[in-house]
Design a protein around this ligand. Structure first.
Ligand code: NAD
Ligand code: DAU
Length: 346
């Protein structure tokens, strides 16, 4: 089926996952530990979005190690690669929220571009056998009513966040072509599921609805996103890490396009709250209209498919947030409250 199985992790191979205390990173670490014998070192700076509570299930697993540090710090990165004899890197570490990049772009340049460059230089120096860059469909820009993003779609990022991700993708590409680094890039649509920081649409709307706080919908609510349950993204990333071809890009999507307003109404129905909680607020500047992914290439070359329907995934996600209100309350404090006040002031 796959002709490059030399990349399959051996019994004791150790990989570095960066940003593993975040939403996708923590789900990915659990997915890999469950589906392989791989050892994982998680390097995370523990920004506002990083939370070690996301990993309590695996913290005692002998195959898992946490190191506190930034991917911008070349000394720490090189120490980790040496100390743990790292054979591969999955780079999930990033500043990931579009609205924050509009408030202040510098941290996005620092981590997403400069941090990725530090990892690439270290990967080259230490002969890393595989580098996976977790990118995003937002690098392709925005679609009209028709069409899909393919891996051939030109990069046309519209926000400081997506511009920083596109820049890091270009750096990865350049290390493949110039230095023969064995790297793949994955570009996924909007994820949702447990442990997502409640600044993103779905966890924000669930947490607000549960707590009877108004649900702030940008503009007319008619922007479209293609939603994918986080474990479907994790399975795609793990397939791409093991079987993707060096230098290739793989798109992943949930085949589940929805208008924002419909997502918000489904959440209210799931939580059992009234639509009167919806408030239309000032639109996001430069707001991308529609994202939709053609993932034929991943289906064909990685034998990957999204498996969770939006209805099923949303029900599981709502149940998780209802059962874990303490987790939400813990992260909805301090600096989050200042961010929220600034973002949603009218
Ligand atoms: P997140 O914001 O939940 O987590 C980011 C993690 O990176 C946090 O644990 C944070 O502490 C860590 N981090 C930030 N700066 C760091 C640094 N300098 N050094 C080390 N760690 C650092 O993000 P997420 O939603 O889990 O996204 C993970 C990756 O997937 C990002 O690269 C993002 O661009 C990409 N992505 C996200 C989505 C989505 O819908 N959330 C979709 C496609 C791609
Ligand atoms: O497409 C992949 C991208 O999806 C990832 O690369 C990003 O890291 C991730 O944050 C996400 O970006 P979006 O900007 O699409 O996600 P967000 O959850 O911020 O917003 C989803 C949609 O909901 C978008 O059209 C804006 C809208 N929205 C969002 C918030 C936070 C609202 O209407 N109100 C809100 O309060």
């Amino acid at each position: 089926m796959f002709n490059n199985t030399y990349l399959l992790p051996t019994m004791h191979s150790t990989i570095l996952v960066t940003g593993g205390a975040g939403f996708i990173g923590s789900n990915l670490i659990k997915y890999i530990l469950e589906h392989s014998n791989t050892h994982i070192v998680n390097l995370d700076a523990l920004t506002y979005a990083g939370n070690l509570q996301n990993l309590t299930d695996v913290e005692l697993d002998s195959r898992y190690t946490f190191v506190h540090g930034s991917i911008q710090n070349a000394e720490i990165v090189r120490y980790v690669l040496r100390r743990y004899n790292i054979s591969g890197i999955i780079n999930c570490a990033a500043e990931s929220h579009v609205d924050r990049s509009i408030q202040s772009a510098q941290p996005f340049v620092d981590t997403n571009i400069n941090g990725t460059l530090v990892l690439l230089e270290a990967a080259k120096e230490y002969g890393i056998r595989r580098f996976l860059q977790m990118s995003t469909d937002e690098v392709y820009g925005s679609l009209g009513a028709e069409g899909f993003f393919t891996e051939e779609t030109p990069l046309q990022p519209n926000s400081p966040y997506s511009a920083s991700k596109a820049a890091s993708d270009c750096l990865v590409r350049s290390f493949v072509h110039t230095h023969n680094l064995d790297a793949v890039i994955t570009r996924c649509s909007n994820n949702y599921g447990p442990y997502q920081f409640p600044e993103k649409l779905i966890p924000l709307m669930i947490s607000n609805a549960v707590n009877d706080i108004s649900l702030p919908v940008y503009g007319d609510g008619m922007n479209v996103r293609d939603w994918i349950y986080v474990t479907d993204h994790c399975s795609g990333v793990w397939q791409a890490y093991q079987h993707g071809k060096a230098g290739e890009v793989y798109n992943f999507g949930g085949k589940s396009e929805k208008y924002n307003i419909d997502v918000v109404k489904m959440i209210l129905q799931g939580v059992g709250k009234d639509e009167s909680l919806i408030t239309y607020v000032k639109d996001r500047p430069g707001h991308d209209k529609r994202y939709a992914i053609d993932c034929t290439k991943a289906e064909r070359e990685l034998q990957w498919q999204p498996t969770v329907t939006f209805e099923e995934g949303l029900a599981k996600t709502i149940a998780w947030y209802q059962d874990n209100n303490a987790w939400v309350e813990n992260v909805r404090s301090g600096a989050y409250l200042a961010y929220y006040a600034k973002q949603y002031q009218q």
